[in-house]
Design a binder for this molecule. Structure first.
Ligand SMILES: [Mg+2]
Length: 408
């Protein structure tokens, strides 16, 4: 559902479109099992389809939106569902198929960032703060994810974008089906306040009832309540958590954040690339990016991986472990260029290149050792200066002449 549709339906307060600081994405596949089944039965597209076992105790595990429109929902007993929507086609669930599709979905997400928190078989939180240079703003990343899910997997998804996980998840739910909703940082509290209190995490029907008894129906009502009254109604611990949720604070940081096992960056070309010189330029850019991120995290790497995806989606990963740990882009590039040259032939038509650093260690552990060439240390000093400029003015402020990408 589009934001305009939600606004017209009165489901959204007036909000801007600025996505600065909205680094959390919640990606949720739409009617996942049913959508996977529709790939094998395209003739059923646009029709009510229910996935579930027809035996006596079977429940609906997934249903297309056409079946939902007739009142069918997940976990509904199959008998009830069939009475609600007699025209529906029933398909027996096949877990193996859904697991395989889930792996494909997560591969697309893990391609975008190393910060993916898989919540269930068909949904995940992503922290996309590191994907800005390669894929753009959070809105652009979300759009790219939706495009890839559709074009590579023929599976629709909805994406919520916000400053914290709960807001992103509420937004993706509101955007369903097949939608994208950004909740700007500056509108987060207003957005939350507009919601019924039951939308907050941890507020079940029992809490809704006890809050209703003291006149609290919306998140705004809850936020306006004196803390002592809230604590009296729901208990002290619960009250503290609800108050932070209502204020838009993060209560569920994305797992893996701060414990990065690798640092990767990649670029998908608008038009497939065949020229080795152009590919090397792109690899150089990815190297600059991962080296910059390693330095800003105070990390060095020992292993460089170059990923190449060809026009037919065949993908190769080539890695090399270096003799010494480094965070120098120049040193990493020497290895990455070599790996690239091993990966492609003059006939190759390349769709994507990526560079990943692993074997990460704190600079203090490795003593910042740089052994590739005598000027490596000078390079590092220059690169640190670059980092400071980029941190202050953004990457557009500085781009080496040789690195100007043809098409950003
Ligand atoms: Mg889902």
């Amino acid at each position: 559902m589009s934001r305009e549709q939600l606004e017209r339906a009165g489901a959204l307060p007036p909000m801007g479109s600025d996505d600065a600081g909205c680094n959390v994405l919640h990606v949720d596949m739409d009617a996942f099992f049913a959508a996977v089944e529709l790939r094998d039965r395209p003739e059923l597209r646009g029709r009510p389809v229910i996935v579930g076992r027809r035996n006596g105790r079977g429940v609906v595990v997934s249903a297309t939106y056409e079946a939902r429109a007739a009142g069918v929902h997940s976990a509904m007993p199959m008998g009830t569902a069939m009475r609600a929507c007699p025209a529906a086609t029933v398909i027996e669930p096949s877990r193996e198929k859904y697991s395989a599709a889930s792996r494909d979905v997560m591969a697309i997400l893990n391609d975008v960032t190393a910060y993916v928190d898989e919540v269930s078989i068909d949904e995940a939180f992503l922290d996309v703060s590191g994907a800005r240079r390669t894929l753009g703003s959070p809105t652009q990343v979300a759009t790219e994810i939706r495009t890839r899910m559709k074009s590579h997997l023929q599976l629709p998804c909805s994406v919520g974008v916000g400053t914290v996980t709960m807001v992103a998840k509420i937004a993706s739910t509101m955007a369903k089906p097949d939608g994208l909703l950004v909740v700007p940082a500056g509108d987060t509290v207003r957005f939350l306040h507009s919601l019924p209190v039951g939308r907050l995490w941890g507020v079940g029907s029992k809490t809704v009832k006890s809050l209703g008894a003291i006149g609290v129906y919306t998140v705004a009502d809850l936020a306006a309540l004196p803390p002592t009254r809230l604590a009296h109604a729901v208990g002290r611990a619960h009250a503290t958590r609800l108050a932070s949720l209502a204020a838009g604070h993060e209560v569920r940081p994305i797992a893996g954040r701060g414990a990065e096992k690798s640092i990767g960056s990649e670029h998908t070309f608008d038009v497939d690339v065949t020229s080795l010189a152009d590919l090397e330029k792109s690899v150089r850019l990815e190297v600059e990016e991962v080296a910059r991120r390693a330095r800003s995290a105070g990390l060095t790497a020992t292993t460089v991986t170059v990923k190449v995806r060809f026009e037919d989606f065949r993908t190769t990963d080539r890695s090399r472990t270096m003799a010494a740990a480094t965070d120098s882009a120049s040193a990493i590039f020497v290895v990455a260029r070599d790996l690239l040259r091993q990966s492609v032939t003059p006939e190759s038509s390349v769709r994507l290149v990526g560079v990943r650093l692993s074997g990460l260690a704190e600079v203090s552990e490795t003593g910042h050792q740089l052994s590739f060439d005598s000027s490596a240390e000078a390079h590092t000093v220059a690169e640190e200066t670059v980092d400071q400029i980029v941190a202050r003015f953004g990457p557009a402020a500085l781009q080496r002449a040789s690195l100007i990408r043809q098409k950003e």
